[in-house]
Every structure is written in structure tokens, then in C-alpha cells.
Design a protein around this ligand. Sequence first.
Ligand code: ATP
Ligand code: MG
Length: 434
Amino acid sequence: MSSRITAIRGMNDILPVPVKDNPITTGRWQQVEQVLRGLMQQYGYGEIRLPVVESTPLFARAIGAVTDIVEKEMYSFMDRGTPAESLTLRPEGTAGCVRACLEHGLTYNQTQRLWYTGPMFRYEKPQKGRYRQFHQFGVETFGMTGPDIDAELILMTARLWKLLGLENAVQLELNSLGEPEARHAYRAALVEYLRAHLDCLDEDSKRRLDTNPLRVLDSKHAGTQAVLANAPQLPDYLDEGSRDHLAALTAALDAAGIPYVRNPRLVRGLDYYNKTVFEWTTTALGAQGTVCAGGRYDGLVAQLGGQATPAVGFAIGLERLVLLLEAMIPRTDTAEADIYVVTGDDARQAGLLLAETLRNSLPEMRIVTHCGSGGFKAQFKKADKTGARVALVLGEDEVAAGTVTVKWLQRGEQLTVGREELADHLKQGLGANS
Ligand code: ATP
Ligand code: MG
């Protein structure tokens, strides 16, 4: 026997049923997607669908050449053209979204409210909540300078947690990165301080000191954490504009009753952010606790060749969100069908047609026909396994008489119903039971 080819490490199949090592099901996933679509409708956001592959320099320019993503996490490859071009599987959605908006003239002198969802790719060490192909739902807005749009995005995410029943499972962390000049001044002060404590830092942080020192604030290393306790604080370096912006944002959150934690060490792994940054985090998922991350990136549009355009956005890691849902609110309805059609060998075609007719009158019901061999006993067993509430039995006798035997599986009740009354009978029975 030849060896089997398996999925790529860190790239998961999502199935209708939970399997070993992956509790995430497509049903859960669809539930989240449906809620997200409804939410976007409520806020008047339009969907944008973007290619999965973009030109490599787009990400280097947008995300920053010395970030983890660009330095070591991108799936890049040369295509087959002459000359060959370097392409990259997108590691995030913002760069492509800005690229598309510029290409189609959506940002100049306009406001835009957009959302997207789809797979992202990063060559990371796979573990719970961290994969090589993962999915994000993201929102990007353009053309709005004030803190009110920042607040809108946070209110929108707060509403989402509520809709999903997760409002007590997540907390909001908030910070301001200031404008680039203020951040550079802070950066210099931080580097000077950290250099004086170089011996206590972990290797990763030492390396970042030269390339991306703000990321040191993110370090989980105990020694580095201890050093950071007395480090200069970003909030002390903020420019006045950023201070006012943050004050107005927090005032809006207070007024709306959204609690938050000010985290002066909150920074993002991508270079394009300024002013507002925020994360929704949970303690229920272990180390991978950030479910949603976002912030303002007023410089990015110009950085990618457009007219300066203010922008704010966020992205939700869908796997983490679905895992969190699974952990907090275990699914009770695992049934795959409402109605299961069982037939005798001579009534298979009649069974198919009966199901078709019922789908016309009961469009919401999940109707499954047996479509296979096996006696009545085996078919009933299958019906039970699907979790269906009712089995419809069609044998030779029923076909001849124009009736159907209706068996309520949980109640163990069985009766014969005429074809004309069947839909109403089922409607009543299923409605009363639900
Ligand atoms: P982290 O600190 O967890 O590595 P990040 O700063 O790299 O996150 P972003 O680039 O801001 O994350 O992405 C937004 C969200 O996408 C994260 O908060 C997380 O929920 C999700 N996410 C990021 N990387 C992964 C991954 N490899 N697997 C699953 N989800 C991810
Ligand atoms: Mg990361």
C-alpha cells in the first residue's frame, strides 16, 4: 500500500462533526459567520473580497520589514512568469484591503466602512489557537479622523460578544501608541533603559532592541518582564493630539458602559499603527488569549502610495473565537436532521419524492432520506443516530394506501397519517416539540 498524504501541519480541516484535536465544527463556524453578517448589516458596512495571494513587497511595505510576520512567518514563492515574481499567501487582510481601495479609488475624499473574512497564512509554530492557516474576520474604515469611529468599532465588537453570549468571557485592553514622533522619542528612551539592563533580557528581546524595540514590551520572559516593570512608560510620552483622542475615546466608552483596562504596554506586531490600539482578550484559551486586535493606522494609505487617509480597523481570529464559544457555551443541539425518511426496498423512489414534496411545505426543516440498503431496523437505528425527532416510514402498504407511518422517535409514538395531512401534522408536532 502506498503511503497516505496528510494535511499540512497547522492547516486544519473543519468538519461537520468534532474530531480528535479539533472541537471546531462547521456548524459553529456558520453560526458565527451568520451573526457577523447580521452585525455588519446593522452598522452599514460593505463586504470586500480580496485575493489570497498578493505581491510580496506589499506586505514588506505595509506590515514592516522587521516585524515577525515579514521576517519569518510569510509563505512566499516565485511564480512561473518571466521574469518570475515573488508572491505571498496573505498573512493578514489590511494590506490587501488598502491595496484594493487604492487601486479602485475608494479612499480619496471618501469614507469607507468595509469588512472581509477568509484564510490567512503564517509560518508559526502550530499549537492551540495558533495555526499556519487560520481565519480572520476583519473590518477596515477609511476617511474618518475622530475618535468616534474608533469608538464605533469597539462598540461593534462589544455588541458581537453580547450576541454570542461571550460578554463575560472577554476584556478590553486599550492603549495609545501616539503619533510617530512621540513614539520615536519613547522608543529612544526605552532602548536606552533596556540597554542598561541588557544582561537580564531574553535573547529575542536583545535582538528586537535593534530592530523593533517596542515589541520587547510584549515579551513573556520573566526576567524581561521584571526589567520592564520600571521601564519608561509609553503614556508619558504621548503627544497632545493623541492624548485628547484617547480621552475622547475613553469618554465615549464610559458613556456607553463599556469597561476597559488601560494597558500601557499594549503594542501591536505590525508597524502601521498609530494612536488607538486595542485588544479583546480572554483567559479561557490559555496562552493564545487575544481574540480580537485592532487600532488606528493613519499612515498606511500614504505609505502604500495613496493620498494621506485616516484609517482604523480590527481583526478577529475566528478559530480562537469559535474555540472560546465551544469552551463557554457547549453546543446542545447536535442533531443532523429533523425528519428522517425510512423506506422499504420498493418504496425508495416514493421516499425521495415524498421528501421533495415536504421540502416545499416545510422549507426550514432538515429532511434526510435514507438512500441506502438495510432493513427497517437498521434504518431506524440510523434515524436515531442523526438525532432526528421524527421518522417517516414508507413501505409498500403505505404507498398503496397513500399514507405515511409517522414515528415520533423520542416519544416512541407511532401513527398513520394521510399524505394530505402530513405536512400540517409534522408542522404541529415539530413546532410543539421545539
Ligand atoms: P498574536 O500575538 O496572538 O501572535 P498577532 O499580534 O500576531 O497575534 P494580529 O496580526 O493582530 O495578531 O491578528 C489578529 C488576530 O488574528 C489575533 O488577535 C488572533 O486572534 C488571530 N491570529 C493571529 N495569528 C494567528 C494564528 N497563527 N493562528 C490563529 N489565529 C491567529
Ligand atoms: Mg503573531
